[in-house]
Design a protein around this ligand. Structure first.
Ligand SMILES: Cc1cc2nc3c(=O)[nH]c(=O)nc-3n(C[C@H](O)[C@H](O)[C@H](O)COP(=O)(O)OP(=O)(O)OC[C@H]3O[C@@H](n4cnc5c(N)ncnc54)[C@H](O)[C@@H]3O)c2cc1C
Length: 386
């Protein structure tokens, strides 16, 4: 029997394997990863200091332990470089080919690299996995000056975590307020104020354009208004992009991610995708809750499902919890853009409702103490995909 091959051992790859094994103990499963295959909960990375954990302590299980638990083969430090759909084969760097019965793409997304000038661009860190985090954390001296490029979810969470550990943090972003892609201004400003109170120095409305090495060894982040930030370490957190080339070369439909329908099938019925690399029925949601929904559905489908009918994934109301502990945030991005924010509250307790013309709630954002109202909002907010 040809195996199910899963490319990727992040939360998506391991979760779908685990779900599959609940229904099928016999079909061979091979997972392939270009990293060491350690199982970890990625969101822990940006609150490792708050949780008092080193990068080593974030590992939940090694690749060997995962292989044993899943009754699967886990091939580590192997990169897939081509997919031949006609032969149902994948090719690894180095030339080895493997034949699949069904193929699952769970290869995640890559951090975007800013186009920066300067002689110290190579020193800029990006963190999207445990190995990146290990390198970043090892580079931090005590009480380091850290320049974070990007005031989105990852940048803000790191800023909060790093000041908690005694580092001095500056954050630069061309946006006017933190988390601008997720929050209305008042809610973003609540986060700005509380983190500033905790010690974060904001450079908002300012884009980084270069990273240089100063004579005394400092890094100097050059901003587009001619200001600069002196730092020991620079962390870039400016968003993710799905690596679609491999899928495109294989002739699979791609858009922002690898295009799949609600059964998680790509344009080839033997190839599926989930997690950060997948765009499900038009939605690209690079978060844990959606991929867990997908893993449950796909695990059953791969095992045959009821009458062999593939399950359809549903996205209920899926809030994003932003781990800026100095000013906690819960946000449900609007299910469509046809509406406007209505904002109430004072200080850092902001309640923002995104409503359509008839007043129907399409999304919401809560900050600070207002997050205690999450249950009421979750009851009222619509599902993303029913
Ligand atoms: C710091 C941080 C904090 C976060 N916090 C939250 C949070 O609080 N809540 C939330 O919902 N989400 C959060 N996220 C996002 C969430 O962690 C991701 O959506 C999720 O972990 C993605 O899992 P994945 O398995 O799709 O991708 P990944 O974890 O990126 O796994 C991809 C896998 O594919 C492998 N791979 C890639 N290309 C190849 C190839 N060509 N050949 C072989 N293997 C390959 C990699 O080695 C890896 O094993 C956070 C992300 C980060 C970085």
């Amino acid at each position: 029997m040809d195996p199910i091959i899963i490319i990727g051992t992040g939360l998506a790859g391991y979760s779908v394997a685990r779900e599959f094994r609940k229904h099928d103990k016999d079909t061979p499963v091979i997972l392939i990863t270009r990293d060491d295959g350690a199982s970890y909960y990625k969101p822990d990375i940006s609150e490792a200091y708050a949780k008092d954990k080193t990068s080593e302590e974030l590992v939940q299980k090694s690749a060997e332990e995962m292989a044993e638990m899943l009754g699967a083969t886990v091939k580590t430090h192997e990169q897939v470089e081509a997919i031949d759909r006609e032969q149902r084969q994948i090719r690894l760097v180095g030339g080895e080919t493997l034949t699949y019965g069904r193929l699952v793409l769970a290869w995640g997304a890559e951090p975007i690299t800013l186009n920066l000038s300067g002689d110290a661009v190579e020193a800029v860190h990006k963190v999207n996995n445990l190995m990146d985090y290990r390198a970043f954390r090892d580079s931090l001296p005590d009480k380091a000056r850290v320049a974070v490029l990007g005031a989105g979810l990852i940048g803000c969470e790191f800023a909060n975590d790093l000041i908690g550990a005694g580092h001095k943090v500056s954050v630069a972003d061309p946006a006017e307020w933190p988390l601008q892609q997720l929050l209305p201004k008042e809610a973003g400003n609540a986060v700005r104020k509380e983190l500033a109170h905790g010690g974060v120095e904001w450079h908002l409305g300012q884009a980084a354009v270069g990273v240089h090495r100063a004579d005394n060894g400092d890094l100097r982040v050059e901003l587009d208004n001619k200001d600069s930030i002196r730092a020991d370490v620079v962390l870039s957190a400016v968003g993710l992009r799905v690596g679609v080339k491999l899928a495109e070369k294989a002739g699979l439909a791609v858009d922002r991610g690898i295009v799949v329908d609600r059964t998680l099938r790509t344009s080839d019925p033997h190839v599926f995708a989930l997690g950060d690399c997948a765009e499900v029925d038009g939605h690209w949601r690079p978060y844990v809750a959606p991929l867990m929904q997908c893993a449950r559905t796909l695990g059953k489908t791969l095992a045959g499902g009821k009458d062999d009918t593939p399950g359809q994934v549903k996205y209920p109301t899926l809030p994003i919890i932003i781990k800026t502990h100095l000013c906690p945030v819960i946000v449900c991005p609007p299910v469509n853009k046809h509406g406007e924010w209505q904002v109430e509250g004072h200080g850092t307790a902001i309640e923002a409702r995104f409503v359509d013309k008839s007043g129907k709630l399409l999304g919401f954002a809560l900050t600070g103490e207002a997050t205690s109202k999450r249950r009421d909002y979750l009851k009222e907010a619509p599902a993303l995909m029913e």
